[in-house]
Design a protein around this ligand. Structure first.
Ligand code: APR
Ligand code: PHB
Length: 386
C-alpha cells in the first residue's frame, strides 16, 4: 500500500493532523496501537487556546465545541485565604474555552476524513533518513507495509517514533517534579464559574470543570500516594482545606466516577524532525498540567506541520519542512517555561524550605499588584501567537 503521509498515533495530535491534511487533499493513514474506546477513556486537561479552537474549526470538527464549550474570561489565584482574579480578557483581549480533551478527541474521531487503523501492533517507522520511508505494522496476525513520503510521529511520550531515532541525533531535556496530581471527576456543579488555582501550605489545588454539572478537581499529592488510599471523602476534605473559606463552604461534593494520579514532568526532545520523520505533540515534549498547555502545544505543532506539508504538496517547496523544527520548538520552549513557572509558583516543594516559600509569596503578591506582571501571566495562559 502507498499513501502520502503516515501518522503514528491517534491522540489529539495525530487526529488533528490527519484531519487537516485530508481536508487539504493530502492522503494520510493514521496507525494507532490502542482501540478507539481505550483512546476515549483517557481523561486529560480541558482548556483550549483560541489558536487550538481555530484549528479545530479548520479541521471541520468544532461544531459541538462551539455549542458546548465554556468561554472563560478569567481565572482565580487563591492564596493566603483569599481569591484574586486574573482578568484574561481585560488584560489580553483574548479568552480560553473550557472543553474536555476527551471531547476534542471524540469530535476529531467522528470527523473521519482521514483513514484510521486502530489496534495496529508493532508499528515501526523505517528508512526515514532517505527519500523512500515506509512504516510496517501488524494487524490480526498479518504484517503490512505502507510506503509514503513522510512519517508524522504523533505517538505520545512512550511512542515508538522518538525511540526510532539514533541516540546521537537527538538531545533530550527533562525535569521531573517531586509530587503528583490526584484528580477526580464528579457530576456536581463547579464550585465557581471560573477555574481556581490555589497555593496552600498543604499543597496546590485546582478547581476545574467540564460543564455546568460536571467538575474536575485536583490536589497535589506525593509520588508515593496511591489512588486506593484516597476515598472520595478524604479527597473532598483535603480539597476543602486548601480553598478559601467561602469556596470551601460552597463546595458541592458527590460520588466520583474517575480518580487518578499523574506525575508531573517537563520534557523536550530536539530537533523535531529527522529526515522524513517529524515528531509532534507529546512525542516531542511534555509539560506539567499547571496551565493546561499539553493539548495546546500539540495543536501548535500540528499547525506548523500541516502548513509545511501543504506547502510541499502544492508548491513543491521544502521551506516549511526545513523550518518546522525550529518554528515549533520556539513556541514549545515558551510554553515549557510558562508551565514550569506556574508549577513552581503554586506547589509546595518538599525541599523548597522557608526561602522557597517567601519567593512564592513575593511572586504572588507582585502578580496581583502589577498589571505588567498579570499581563505577562495572562498572555501566556491564553496562548502566545502562532
Ligand atoms: N504505535 C501506534 N500508536 C501508538 C504507539 C505505537 N507504538 N505508541 C503510542 N501510540 C498512540 C497512543 O495509544 C495514543 O493514542 O499514540 C497516541 C498518542 O496520544 P497522546 O498521548 O494523547 O499524545 P498527543 O496526541 O501528542 O496529545 C497531546 O494529549 O496526551 C495528552 O497531555 C497530552 O494534552 C496533551 C495532548
Ligand atoms: C482540567 O480541567 O483538567 C485542567 C484545567 C486546567 C489546568 C489543568 C487541568 O491547568
Amino acid at each position: 500500500m502507498r499513501t502520502q503521509v503516515v501518522i503514528i498515533g491517534a491522540g489529539p495530535a495525530g487526529l488533528l493532523l490527519g484531519q487537516l491534511l485530508a481536508r487539504a487533499g493530502i492522503e494520510t493513514v493514521i496507525l494507532e496501537r490502542a482501540s478507539s474506546e481505550y483512546v476515549l477513556g483517557r481523561v486529560r486537561a480541558g482548556v483550549l487556546e483560541q489558536g487550538a479552537v481555530r484549528l479545530l474549526d479548520e479541521a471541520g470538527a468544532a461544531s459541538r465545541l462551539h455549542r458546548e464549550g465554556l468561554p472563560h474570561d478569567g481565572f482565580s489565584l487563591a492564596f493566603d485565604g483569599r481569591d484574586h482574579r486574573i482578568d484574561l480578557f481585560g488584560l489580553t483581549g483574548s479568552r480560553v474555552t473550557v472543553y474536555g480533551q476527551t471531547e476534542v478527541t471524540r469530535d476529531l474521531m467522528e470527523a473521519r476524513d482521514a483513514i484510521s487503523i486502530y489496534e495496529a501492533a508493532n508499528v515501526q517507522p523505517q528508512d526515514f533518513d532517505g527519500e523512500n520511508p515506509f512504516v510496517t505494522y501488524e494487524k490480526d496476525g498479518v504484517t503490512h507495509r505502507i510506503d509514503c513520503d513522510f512519517i508524522a510521529g504523533c505517538d505520545g511520550f512512550h511512542g515508538v517514533s522518538r525511540k526510532s531515532v539514533p541516540q546521537d541525533a537527538i538531545r533530550e531535556f527533562e525535569r521531573v517534579y517531586p509530587f503528583g496530581w490526584l484528580g477526580l471527576l464528579a457530576d456536581v456543579p463547579p464550585v465557581s464559574h471560573e477555574l481556581i488555582y490555589a497555593n496552600h501550605p498543604r499543597g496546590f489545588a485546582l478547581c476545574s470543570m467540564r460543564s455546568a454539572t460536571r467538575s474536575r478537581y485536583y490536589v497535589q499529592c506525593t509520588l508515593e500516594d496511591r489512588v486506593e488510599a484516597w476515598s472520595d471523602d478524604r479527597f473532598w476534605d483535603e480539597l476543602r482545606r486548601r480553598l478559601p473559606v467561602a469556596h470551601a463552604e460552597a463546595l458541592v461534593t458527590g460520588p466520583s466516577f474517575e480518580k487518578s494520579i499523574a506525575p508531573l514532568r517537563s520534557f523536550v526532545a530536539e530537533p523535531m524532525r529527522f529526515g522524513r520523520l517529524f515528531l509532534a505533540g507529546d512525542a516531542a515534549h511534555i509539560v506539567p498540567p499547571t496551565g493546561a498547555k499539553g493539548l495546546n502545544l500539540a495543536a501548535s505543532d500540528v499547525h506548523y506541520l500541516s502548513d509545511a506539508l501543504r506547502e510541499f504538496y502544492t508548491e513543491k517547496s521544502m521551506a516549511g519542512i526545513d523550518a518546522y523544527s525550529a518554528r515549533a520548538l520556539a513556541r514549545v520552549w515558551k510554553a515549557v517555561r510558562f508551565s514550569w513557572s506556574m508549577t513552581t509558583m503554586l506547589h509546595r516543594f518538599p525541599d523548597g524550605g522557608a526561602f522557597g516559600q517567601r519567593i512564592q509569596e513575593a511572586e504572588l503578591d507582585y502578580l496581583i499588584h502589577s498589571r505588567a506582571a498579570a499581563t505577562a501571566l495572562a498572555e501566556n495562559y491564553v496562548g502566545l501567537p502562532y
